[in-house]
Design a protein around this ligand. Structure first.
Ligand code: IPM
Ligand code: MN
Length: 354
């Protein structure tokens, strides 16, 4: 028998539970086929629990979660909860408290038919964004001055430590080497305007680069990066960037790979507990309708297995997802796939085989 894992499952809000159900179905099939075992425990963090109890996530929850091999998360976000509460109280709290300092977001086009860019093929869109996940503007540092008056000033600081920047850049170099594709790492920043933060990033990048002579390095301003995502996505292999820029460019990345229905991500603590999620959010208007695309959640389960070391199973899940996308689905968008949420999960299980 293979290895045994413990998975903390957080279905969360909106369509989260629907897509997680399909991901778990695929995980079950993969465990039979590839001979690893696992147990799951469900946690009810999210908007519903917050509305009932006023609780987000506390230190005891965090302590409990550190006992698991990985966390599998659906979506956090509720239309009846004021913006910011669940984001900082649940999602960012998990990322920060568990020191998941990397947000790994692969951008891969599976089928040219689902790409909004003209004349781009799967081989043109195949790169990975390594987003710093613990600092920057997300640190929440700042203040109001004279709040509510006509002289009001709101300050929001970007907090970048040498240690935080360096561990992220090192991870990106290692990942680029391990990925072994074009062996090119692009630093995406804004050195021409944000002259403190990006000076630190650039210096650290240049220093660490010396240890990786096999990796070609490159720099692009964040605004130009968005232009190239559309014009020349084939230029990219691995991109490393800060938290805010990474947040923004990966939504664009999701669009060029076929939309939020297919975009998966991992919040990674290489030395601790990592968390995997579809990056699309809770999509309240599709909740309970069995129309949302579960492939992002299924691919997130694949990323989870990859990180746990079940490489063969991870690759098989991605291959099965590609097969379903290229041979069955009419669209990757909710309600237009030609199949229900459950139907797509079943197709992936079938394609995975016994
Ligand atoms: C994401 C989301 C989150 C972020 C929000 C929900 C806090 O947009 O995972 O990209 O900004 O990181
Ligand atoms: Mn985002």
């Amino acid at each position: 028998m293979g290895k045994a894992y413990t998975i903390a499952v957080v279905p969360g809000d909106g369509t989260g539970p629907e897509v997680i159900r399909e991901g778990l179905k695929v995980l079950a099939a993969a465990s039979k086929k590839f001979k690893f075992t696992y147990t799951t425990k469900a946690f009810d963090f999210g908007g519903e629990r917050y509305l009932k109890t006023g609780k987000t996530i506390d230190e005891n929850d965090i302590k409990e979660l550190t006992k698991y091999s990985a966390i599998y998360l659906g979506a956090i976000g509720h239309p009846e909860v004021k913006p910011g509460i669940l984001e900082t109280g649940v999602l960012l709290k998990l990322r920060f408290s568990l020191d998941q300092y990397i947000n790994l977001r692969p951008i891969r086009l599976y089928d040219a038919a689902f790409c909004p860019l003209k004349d781009k093929k799967p081989e043109d869109i195949d790169f990975v964004v390594v987003r710093e996940n613990s600092e920057g503007l997300y640190k929440g540092m700042g203040e109001f001055k004279d709040k509510g008056t006509k002289n009001e000033v709101a300050i929001q600081l970007s907090y970048n430590t040498r240690k935080g920047v360096e561990r992220c850049i090192r991870y990106a170099f290692e990942y680029c080497r391990m990925r072994n594709k074009r062996k090119k790492l692009t630093l995406c920043g804004k050195t021409n305007v944000l002259t403190y933060a990006w000076d630190l990033w650039q210096r650290t990048f240049n220093e660490v680069a010396k240890e990786y002579p096999d990796i070609t390095t490159d720099y692009a301003h964040v605004d130009a990066t968005t232009m190239w995502f559309v014009k020349n996505p084939e230029w990219f292999d691995v991109i490393v960037t800060d938290n805010m820029f990474g947040d923004i460019i990966t939504d664009l990345g999701a669009m060029i790979q076929g939309g939020m229905g297919i975009a998966a991500g991992g919040n990674i603590n290489p030395e601790g507990v990592s968390m995997f999620e579809p990056i699309g959010g809770s999509a309240p208007k599709y909740t309970g309708k069995n129309v949302i695309n579960p492939l992002a959640a299924i691919c997130a389960a694949g990323m989870m297995l990859e990180t746990l070391g079940e490489k063969e199973a991870a690759h098989a899940i991605e291959a099965a997802a590609i097969k379903v996308v290229t041979t069955k689905l009419k669209s990757l968008a909710a309600g237009k796939m030609g199949y229900t949420t459950e139907g797509v999960g079943d197709l992936v299980v079938k394609s995975l085989g016994k």
